[in-house]
Design a protein around this ligand. Structure first.
Ligand SMILES: C[S@@+](CC[C@H](N)C(=O)[O-])C[C@H]1O[C@@H](n2cnc3c(N)ncnc32)[C@H](O)[C@@H]1O
Length: 282
């Protein structure tokens, strides 16, 4: 992909997530505007994996502005004292949960390329009084994070949005300590998407068009040097869940309408995967 294409993808993603945060009720991955009691399909999809007690213990704003597709901490072994890097931390939901687990002896670094997300996450952390969390503005493919500092890299519905996934996985490898681990929730595919979906900007920012087939995703992680790469679970989206995932306008366009004609082809071919991996101990 040319630099120009890559830059235009990033700027479309940044614009969409800026609008999503500025305009409550619009949604990108997962619909936006969820709450622990919300019964919107989109919210149910996006909040899959969080317990209601977990959600109720967080500032409502962090939950309402969650745009993920799983709960990467739920299947991680993050523990007290760990250093956790959250790639594409959004409004901070997973950083807040990680903050409670790692405690005062640990640290959480949330990275996001959208300034409005960093602002929102910083407010949420202040509300929660979480002093062990720091947010950094930056790109997943060139992280402003030192080599070998993370016990865990987590990410929730972000890498599908990145135009250069090889670079992102290389960066994950770089920032992990030897023996450090990875826990990712992300949208992946079981088939090649129809051309009209693959080239749709709304499907891109809605976490569909940039997704890789699962086998390719895992292969890229292995090529970056990660080991024990595996999918431990899948939330496979049927037609109504695909609609739920794409509910809302994503700040730019009506994704649900765009996908409608292709639903028979993509039914159960899009899922949120729980992916784990490890950097070798040297
Ligand atoms: C679908 S949202 C998920 C946010 C958060 N993980 C959550 O679960 O609510 C995607 C987030 O990733 C960020 N993002 C997308 N591409 C990125 C990249 N290449 N580098 C850093 N952040 C990125 C967006 O700004 C947005 O905040």
């Amino acid at each position: 992909m040319s630099n120009q294409d890559s830059n235009s993808i990033k700027s479309a993603v940044k614009d969409a997530y800026t609008k999503a945060i500025e305009k409550p009720g619009s949604g990108c991955c997962g619909g936006g505007n969820g709450s622990p009691t919300d019964t919107m399909k989109g919210s149910l999809v996006k909040l899959a994996g969080y317990s209601s007690s977990e959600l109720q213990s967080l500032p409502a704003d962090a939950v309402e502005n969650a745009f993920g597709c799983g709960n990467p901490l739920a299947f991680s072994g993050v523990k007290e004292g760990d250093v956790v890097v959250d790639i594409g931390s959004g409004a901070g939901i997973d950083c807040l949960i990680a903050s409670k687990i790692v405690g005062d002896n640990g640290k959480v670094i949330g990275l996001d390329m959208t300034p409005k997300m960093i602002e929102k996450a910083t407010e949420n952390i202040r509300r929660a009084g979480a002093n062990n969390v720091e947010f950094r503005l930056g790109d997943a493919d060139d992280m402003p994070i030192a080599n070998g500092i993370a016990d865990w890299v987590i990410s929730n519905c972000v890498i599908n949005l990145a135009p250069d996934k090889d670079k992102v996985f290389a960066e994950i490898f770089r920032v992990l300590k030897p023996g450090g681990r990875v826990s990712i929730s992300d949208v992946v595919l079981g088939t090649t998407l129809p051309e009209q979906v693959r080239t749709s900007i709304s499907a891109l920012v809605g976490c569909v068009a940039g997704a890789l087939e699962e086998t390719d995703y895992l292969q890229k992680m292995r090529e970056a040097g990660l080991q024990e790469v595996k999918v431990t679970d899948r939330i496979v989206y049927d037609r109504s869940q695909i609609k739920g995932l794409t509910e809302g306008e994503c700040g730019c366009c009506d994704l649900e309408k765009e996908l409608e004609p292709f639903l028979p082809q993509i039914d159960e071919q899009i899922w949120s995967a729980k992916i784990s991996a490890k950097k070798p101990q040297i």
